[in-house]
Design a protein. Structure first.
Length: 164
């Protein structure tokens, strides 16, 4: 496990954010987990705009967990924008959605997702999914030009999303 890699979770549902944070904690992951509460916040975070302009506080992520159904900009719009940014092309994007529709899966891959996972229905499976994400994407996989976290303390930004 490389704990210097920052993970960005783009998720608008506060309950899902809480469960993911808890799963990271229970699974023993020390990677900083930053949260963007909607698609526009995810774009702002990735481009260091607005409240995310301080790259020391909001470092570039090595992995992004992306929900599809979000306000302002949905996950497809985020993916489309992201893959048009030359400096962000190496970013690993794992779509984590409640949708198992083949049209959503195909569209996500067409737009450049590296992986597509359906959100599990129970906490134990979510915790196992988090462990697997860490083992594969941040430990075993050979990643291109991953940015190092300039804030390797393991502290994450505290962004509060409202319950959907």
């Amino acid at each position: 496990m490389n704990t210097s890699f920052t993970i960005l979770l783009a998720e608008d549902d506060a309950n899902e954010v809480f469960l993911m944070q808890r799963a990271f904690q229970k699974a023993g992951l020390k990677n900083p987990l930053h949260v963007a509460c909607d698609g526009q916040e995810a774009i702002d975070y990735l481009s260091h705009q607005g409240q995310f302009s301080d790259a020391t506080r909001y470092p570039s992520p090595a992995l992004m967990l992306l929900d599809l159904k979000m306000p302002r900009k949905n996950g497809f719009e985020v993916l489309e924008w992201l893959r048009q940014q030359p400096g962000l092309k190496p970013l690993i994007v794992v779509v984590l959605s409640s949708s198992s529709l083949i049209t959503d899966i195909n569209r996500a891959y067409d737009l450049g997702a590296n992986s597509y996972l359906v959100k599990p229905g129970d906490f134990d499976t979510l915790m196992q999914l988090v462990k697997t994400l860490d083992a594969y994407w941040l430990t075993l996989n050979q990643n291109p030009d991953l940015p190092a976290d300039p804030n390797p303390t393991g502290l994450a930004s505290q962004v509060q999303c409202t319950a959907a």
